[in-house]
Design a protein around this ligand. Structure first.
Ligand code: M7G
Length: 333
């Protein structure tokens, strides 16, 4: 779930916006010429015209995001609608090309409703279809509880549960095998041991670097989470850290000192991946109860090769998460 303060805490750093704005301009030109990727998008059929809303799973007026459960051609679906930040490079067009309706005027104060041109008023839309019960739970607003997991708890409670219950990682394999999102890859090291693919996260629309969010997905397929990491994975982790930072500097002109690089524990998807987000952007799940800085992970493994096998780890679980019930049944909560 998105953090509540996200929008308020977005920094107004414009590093890298030039390149992004160039990209946006190119996309716009392609659109106008009726070709290119965005043109393809604009021609795509509106699959949501038949979407039937069942319920609002959660929403946030501050973050301007809503998670909706519904049916799409008789299949369960989750649709996420999110208003995107206003881009600095669109201001001139926003001011000159919009209609303005006065709401009230008082002394030196006045408020208006500004009707922007449609292409400056887009809503980022994510569709999960068919959505499983687990997806619906993931997006439903719920109370969370902090769980304390020892190395033994992991073996006896968590591991058996995640082996049966976790989300499919088919989308990850599609990326690694270039069956999906191939045109979005920012950087790849193809080495089977230490290699990875770096690409924009599903949550990032790439329109501005203020909310930059990329993920690095390891080519190795047998590392599920932090718990599987030992010192033998240090070359892989160091490679992701180093080359990921370099690629982001090159592509987005954002230095390492502006990045928050971390792993989630628990993740939603048990295939090693690293989150790269812009410092100052409160990405969902970047809080201390879930995010582990990659630099700390590397140092911990350097001082103790078995650190993540033996340490007690803490993480939040939602009220109706099956794993929480398992911890309760084992008397660990
Ligand atoms: P996580 O820590 O396993 O789970 O991170 P979380 O979603 O609870 O944070 C997985 C990351 O992969 C998240 O940041 C997702 O937004 C992102 N992600 C998920 N899917 C299904 C996709 C996808 O299909 N493509 C891309 N590019 N990113 C995805």
């Amino acid at each position: 779930m998105a953090d509540t303060d996200t929008a308020a805490k977005r920094e107004t750093d414009s590093i890298g916006t030039d390149e992004l704005s160039q990209k946006a301009k190119r996309a716009k030109a392609d659109n106008e010429n009726g070709r290119g990727e965005d043109a393809k998008e604009s021609e795509s059929e509106n699959i949501l015209s038949g979407f039937k809303t069942s319920s609002v799973l959660s929403d946030s007026a501050r973050e301007k995001i809503i998670f909706i459960r519904g049916k799409l051609a008789d299949q369960e679906a989750v649709v996420v609608l999110e208003k995107t930040p206003i881009r600095e490079d669109s201001l001139a067009e926003l001011f000159s090309g919009s209609r303005l309706k006065l709401e009230m005027r008082n002394d030196i104060y006045s408020t208006y409703r500004l009707q922007a041109p449609p292409h400056l008023n887009e809503i980022k839309t994510t569709v999960v279809c068919p959505a499983t019960e687990k997806h619906i739970k993931k997006y439903q607003r719920q109370e969370s509880f902090l769980v304390e997991e020892t190395g033994e708890d992991y073996q006896s409670i968590t591991l058996p549960y995640i082996q049966k219950q976790s989300f499919s990682v088919q989308w990850v394999y599609n990326i690694l095998e270039k069956k999906a999102e191939g045109d979005r890859i920012v950087y790849e090291d193809p080495d089977p041991e230490v290699g990875f693919v770096l690409l924009p996260d599903l949550k990032w629309d790439q329109k501005q670097v203020d909310d930059l969010y990329l993920i690095a997905i390891a080519h190795q397929r047998d590392i599920g989470s932090l718990r599987d990491l030992t010192s033998e994975h240090l070359p892989l982790l160091q490679n992701i850290f180093q080359k990921g930072k370099e690629a982001i500097l090159q592509h987005y002109n954002l230095p390492a000192s502006k990045l928050r690089v971390y792993l989630h524990y628990q993740p939603s998807y048990y295939h090693l991946h690293v989150h790269f987000t812009k410092l100052g952007y409160e990405a969902p799940g970047c809080g201390v109860e879930r995010a582990h800085l990659l630099s700390d992970v590397i140092q911990n493994l350097q001082s103790d090769p078995e650190y993540y096998k033996t340490r007690t780890l803490y993480f939040p679980l939602r009220a109706d998460d099956g794993l929480l019930s398992k911890f309760k049944e084992a008397g660990r909560l």
